[in-house]
Design a protein. Sequence first.
Length: 250
Amino acid sequence: MRKTALITGGSRGIGLGIAIHLAQRGFNLAINGVREQDAVADTITQLKSYGGEVIYCRADVGNAGQRAEMLQQVSDHYGTLHVLVNNAGVAPKERKDILETTEESFDRLMNMNLKGAFFLTQAVANRMINQQEGCIINVSSISATVASVTRPEYCISKAGLSMMTQLFAVRLGAHQIPVYEIRPGIIATDMTAGVKERYDQLIGNGLLVQPRWGLPDDVGKAVAMLAAGDLPYSTGQVIMIDGGLTLPRL
Ligand code: NAP
């Protein structure tokens, strides 16, 4: 029987990389995002070509009512949810120095990147406890530990997601539900398109041990390994997908 995975923000960027690898591993998919169904129709068709079922769940993860509707949709269609990938995330609309960060941007990022993921995980965890089966994977960022003073609200939201991983891992361990954190570095997606030249330069100047941009495919492979149960005795762990960016060097 095919297992089911819900991937938030799964129709483009890193989320799509994850979706492709889970589809290739035989999962049925529930793809979440905020765009209209028509805008993602081709992507859904592409994902179906791997042989499994794919549904699109349009919902703002930062909105409690829409999260509940999304889980109802998944439950009505598939019955059981085996894997939750908390991937959806937003960057600040404008990078501003920490001395200029606005409350509006701070609230937006906390609500979407952290609070939304927390309460979605809580709701899914309660269902998985009843099943005594499941797996939860959180996509954080190197920004959980690497300080960027021009987007502090992003860094804080990802540091919170990192603690969230540990908390749910501890709480769910006895229920056979591992919880992992994937920590990507610089990945080529729409999110980084606006800072491409700056990152090209940093990579050219030796920022990375593996001197190339990361790809959604790099993250997808790691998530597929975790979702398939290939790291069974490591709940709560962080998997770095950063080309060595955070390796201490001298
Ligand atoms: P992206 O290309 O900007 O895609 C973001 C995805 O999140 C989209 O699918 C979007 O949905 C979805 N999304 C945004 N707001 C949402 C909301 N309120 N509710 C539901 N879905 C929402 O970003 P990405 O680069 O793939 O990033 C994916 C994750 O990786 C994020 O958590 C990001 O922080 C993290 N990350 C990225 C990098 C990087 O270098 N790119 C590095 C480290 C970590 P629509 O498609 O419907 O708009």
